[in-house]
Design a protein around this ligand. Structure first.
Ligand code: AMP
Length: 192
């Protein structure tokens, strides 16, 4: 099964994507992790991406799409995947659709994990305090939230195709996982 996880920062999207990928034996593809590895290794892509990431901005579509399609091309044909952090824009979503369609495939479902902005800002403030980032003011965090939230046109792309499922991200991790599993439906248990 091919699944996308959408959600604003602080909603627990990465945690849930990992849990679900492991449970079903699907690949977990996080473009944030891939970009951080490029930055750490000092690759040409990493050097270009770093300034955008440091400012809390999205990395330009062409850079991310090339990196993502390369990863997608190396997936086993029989393996499912969970996308965590890609697509972030409609342009990226269309590139994904085209790449899958060229193999006669398509995204099965997009899970949109939600929580009110105030809850997210509070969680992000907590994380900033834990990691000692005192420059993270509520205003800076709200701005990052606006930039990093999935845009309406992106969600609408999957909603219009009948593939979007909203899941409340506010309860504890296990409860959210259960809600995601039921949103995925029985098909998740029987397919790779
Ligand atoms: P994440 O770990 O998904 O929050 O991503 C960390 C950072 O990497 C984001 O703030 C963006 O700067 C960048 N990034 C990750 N995925 C994408 C994407 N699909 N498009 C653009 N930028 C991305």
């Amino acid at each position: 099964m091919y699944v996308i996880f959408f959600g604003p920062p602080g909603v627990g999207k990465g945690t849930q994507a990992l849990v679900i990928a492991e449970r079903y034996g699907w690949a977990h593809i996080s473009t944030g992790d891939m970009l951080r590895a490029h930055v750490k290794d000092g690759t040409a892509l990493g050097v270009k991406a770093k300034s955008f990431m440091d400012q809390g901005l999205l990395v330009p579509d062409d850079l991310v799409i090339d990196m993502f399609l390369d990863r997608l091309g190396r997936l086993r044909a029989d393996q499912g995947f969970v996308l965590d952090g890609f697509p972030r824009t409609l342009v990226q979503a269309l590139a994904l659709d085209t790449a899958l369609a060229s193999h006669g495939k398509a995204i099965d479902l997009a899970v949109n994990i939600t929580a009110p902005d105030d809850v997210l800002v509070e969680r992000m403030m907590g994380r900033a305090a834990e990691s000692g980032r005192s420059d993270d003011t509520p205003e800076a965090i709200r701005t990052r939230l606006e930039v990093q939230k999935p845009p309406a046109e992106l969600l609408d792309h999957y909603r219009a195709a009948g593939k979007l499922r909203d899941v409340d991200g506010q309860p504890d991790v296990e409860t959210v996982t259960s809600a995601i599993i039921s949103a995925l439906g029985v098909s998740a248990a029987s397919t790779s």
